[in-house]
Design a binder for this molecule. Structure first.
Ligand SMILES: [Zn+2]
Length: 307
């Protein structure tokens, strides 16, 4: 979604609500004719002021008419704001701007759209904390470990962006809940209007490559640098080249320098991350990231077998 599209959607909503409020006003006028007279008198006030009438007198009349209108609404059982337009955003009245500044509601729309694009592609909708079940983990140390993991993730989402590490590293084999919990964090932040980009390492490398060879606009790469939370799923499953290693290392460095949070999940062990990506990325992750070890058996397989 571009900025202009977001502004147009807002503006269409604004116009629709103005029409609705006009209809409610017409209905009100039909039921309480005196309110129609009052509204005509009120509408005429600015013209009278321009015509040079005494401002004090007009102000007093205006006040009296408004109180009478409020009394009539109450007496006839209408809400005090019955015919007022009800905009989604009280800051900009759905105009999209607060003075010259772009309103936060538009920024939220753009970031939610960005997130939806990335999650819909990965089928992550519906993966929330509420539906994450510890029952799939064997009672004892396994379940205890996953309870710790779950609680860290919940706290992380709740307190975002306050967290004592630049990022989190989710380690563990396939089907242990890494994707589910990263999606739950992403879903929770996204509903609060926080910009989240969730993509697999392969998608990120493909995009970085496409931008490098001018097949894609640079803004597609910029989102990895500027979003509040970047989730890199399945590091190690991508096609690994010297170039992909240096891109991921620079991206992670840049996000640390800019104080932006990142979550990386990987099926690789720490030793294999070091072997694959080299000392620089390894020491960065170990020094700056909070490592969460996922344990258990492949939940996807258990679900398929009907366990
Ligand atoms: Zn707004």
């Amino acid at each position: 979604m571009t900025l202009n599209e977001a502004l147009r959607i807002k503006n269409d909503k604004r116009m629709a609500e103005m029409n609705e409020s006009d209809k409610r006003r017409a209905e009100l006028h039909a039921v309480v004719p005196r309110i129609k007279e009052i509204d005509l008198l009120l509408d005429n006030m600015p013209l009278r002021l321009l015509g040079g009438e005494n401002a004090e007198i007009i102000r007093a009349e205006d006040e009296n008419l408004r109180s009478e209108r409020a009394r009539l609404l109450e007496a006839t059982g209408f809400a005090p704001d019955y015919d007022m337009p009800k905009f989604d955003c009280p800051e900009c009245n759905d105009g999209g701007y607060c003075g010259l500044k772009l309103c936060q509601c538009i920024k939220n729309m753009l970031s939610a759209d960005n997130y939806q694009k990335s999650t819909l592609a990965g089928g992550l909708v519906g993966k929330t904390f509420d539906v994450f079940s510890l029952d799939y983990y064997t009672e004892g140390s396994e379940r205890q470990q996953m309870e710790i993991v779950l609680n860290v993730c919940k706290k992380y989402a709740e307190n975002f962006p306050k967290f004592d590490s630049a990022g989190m590293l989710f380690l563990g084999g396939t089907g242990l809940g890494k994707t589910h919990l990263s999606a739950a964090i992403a879903n929770s932040l996204s509903t609060r209007g926080i910009s989240v980009v969730y993509e697999s390492a392969q998608q990120i490398f493909d995009t970085v490559d496409a931008v490098r060879f001018n097949r894609m606009d640079i803004s597609e790469r910029k989102k990895y640098e500027t979003c509040s939370l970047l989730i890199i799923d399945d590091l190690g499953a991508e096609c690994i080249t010297q170039y992909s290693i240096s891109s991921i290392t620079s991206l992670i460095d840049l996000r640390i320098v800019n104080g932006k949070k990142t979550i990386i999940s990987s099926n690789l062990s720490l030793a294999n991350i070091k072997k694959t990506y080299g000392e620089r990325l390894f020491s960065r992750l170990l020094g700056e990231y909070h490592v969460l070890q996922f344990v258990g058996k492949d939940i996807r397989m258990m679900k398929n077998k009907g366990c």
